[in-house]
Ligand binder design. Structure first.
Ligand code: BES
Ligand code: MN
Ligand code: MN
Length: 462
């Protein structure tokens, strides 16, 4: 597209400063103490869309955090791209492990980001990636090169399972009507190995509670004679994987999509260096399901992981006690065709059935969602692929991701349109972790590549 390089060069410092201002607002959706910051962030996003040339920008109230909506309709006969992103972020804890405060962004160089990266919560997930779209729009409107219609829908509850977005989508089908949904909330293989995300895993998230005696007991007077809920819980959890690291829940694999030899051979071609992988994580060996490679284990295979476990005495020193209760939070990442509600039921049934007499077990389902696979023969994939080829000088590799954006399958169900996942982050950007960052190269490459997607998608739609 005309002058995109020079436009970015001329305005990049302003782009970065605007993003830094956005990152300063702690829009943590998991903690209601940040409600005012959530609203302030929604306002900032609204203003940025207006400045970028969007019309009818509105803050749409929901029962939770508001959704920012805006559109630029240039001609009803042209295709419409719906951009989705989220302005909420994960909590910053553990704060002590950040090298600089999470909401005071700084730019630093790293080995993988020699041109510098912005450090701050939300820099990559998803404020930085969402803002690339706002700046891409600014470029297209200010240089009169917007080739099609565009709608923006930026939500504030993605990190807590989008409880209100599904209602909004169901109630606004006409307003949200589109030809393709465009999302930058995933990653790519490396800065010199562009890739397009072609799959997301589904998710079932549960919390379990094991109760033994009706009160905490002296571990000498009662130890050995009653079931200790923490001992029992850990034993139950351990039994959920067998020696091959297969999940033991009956029926768990029944609907798992098995990839063909050819598809797996194709996947194995994606560049992956096991030594570097281990080195970056300071681990001696990888660990996982027998019979699958690392990049299969974390994308096309379902998993079960404990995310948190607690109970009993965890204060300073020692306290001899058998706790009355023990708890754990467990996530299961799912693959295409596994139904998250069905898996939640299978888990619940199995987990309660393996509890020994002497304890009671409760399973509380949290959020969940379906996985997603993008076809690579559709025009949205072709358009994205051409756009990357122009800006990276290489054909991007299709790659399934292990992460989840549960709302994507709902988009397909309700709006009947496909989603294209043009993510520009790296797995090493530490999303959800301390020292989250986003490469300046990646931020600017995104701004450069997005308008080309619009261009090719419009051309291929004819
Ligand atoms: N942007 C991530 C998902 C993601 C990241 C997908 C990188 C692929 C590559 C999103 O914000 C996220 O964190 N999703 C959650 C699920 C949600 C229901 C809380 C996840 O994957 O844990
Ligand atoms: Mn995200
Ligand atoms: Mn996230």
């Amino acid at each position: 597209m005309k002058d995109i390089q020079s436009y970015i060069n001329e305005h990049k410092d302003r782009f970065l400063n605007e993003l830094i201002e956005l990152l300063k607002i702690p829009s943590i959706s998991a903690d209601s103490a940040y409600k005012a910051d959530i609203l302030k962030t929604a306002e900032t996003v609204k203003t940025s869309l207006e400045k970028a040339g969007c019309d009818r920008v509105k803050i749409c109230q929901t029962d939770g955090n508001p959704i920012v909506y805006g559109e630029k309709i240039i001609d009803k006969a042209l295709p419409t791209v719906l951009v989705y992103g989220h302005y909420d972020v994960q909590p910053a804890d553990p704060i002590d492990l950040w090298d600089s405060p999470p909401f005071e962004p700084v730019i630093k160089k790293t080995e993988l980001h020699p041109h510098g990266a912005i450090f701050g919560r939300g820099s990559c997930d998803d404020k930085g990636q969402m803002y690339m779209h706002v700046k891409a729009l600014e470029f297209m409107t200010s240089t009169n090169q917007l080739p099609c219609n565009v709608k923006f829908m930026i939500e504030g509850e993605e990190e807590v399972g989008s409880p209100n977005l599904s209602i909004f989508v169901k109630n606004n089908q006409e307003k949200l009507k589109n030809d393709v949904i465009l999302i930058s909330d995933t990653g790519m293989i490396a800065n010199d190995v562009p890739s397009i995300t072609t799959g997301l895993r589904g998710l079932s998230y549960v919390e379990v509670e094991v109760t033994g005696p009706n009160r905490d007991l002296h571990s000498g007077l009662y130890g050995g004679a009653v079931a200790n809920p923490i001992n029992i819980l850990t034993k139950m959890i351990a039994s959920l994987h067998d020696d091959n690291n297969h999940i033991t829940i009956p029926g768990f694999y029944d609907k798992v999509e098995e990839l063909s030899k050819e598809e797996r051979a194709e996947m194995a071609k994606a560049p992956f260096n096991l030594e570097n992988y281990k080195k970056a994580l300071n681990i001696e060996a990888v660990y996982g399901e027998t019979g699958y490679a690392t990049n299969e284990r974390n994308s096309i295979r379902p998993t079960l992981d404990v995310n948190g476990i607690w109970g009993g005495y965890i204060g300073e020193g020692a306290k001899t006690v058998i706790a009355s209760k023990a708890y754990a939070k467990i996530s299961m990442r799912l693959v295409p065709h596994q139904d998250w509600k069905e898996i939640t039921e299978l888990f619940t049934k199995h987990f309660t059935s393996i509890a020994p007499k002497g304890v009671t077990v409760k399973v509380k389902p949290h959020h969940g969602g379906q996985g997603y696979v993008t076809p690579i023969d559709g025009i949205e994939y072709q358009a994205a692929s051409k756009a990357y080829e122009d800006t990276f000088g290489k054909v991007p590799i299709p790659q399934r991701s292990g992460g989840s954006i549960p709302i994507v399958s709902l988009f397909e169900q309700e709006l009947k349109s496909k989603t294209i996942l043009m993510g520009f982050g790296l797995d090493s950007d530490a999303i959800h972790s301390p020292n989250e960052h986003f490469g300046i190269f990646n931020f600017l490459k995104g701004i450069e590549t997005i308008p080309l997607f619009y261009k090719y998608f419009t051309e291929l739609s004819k």
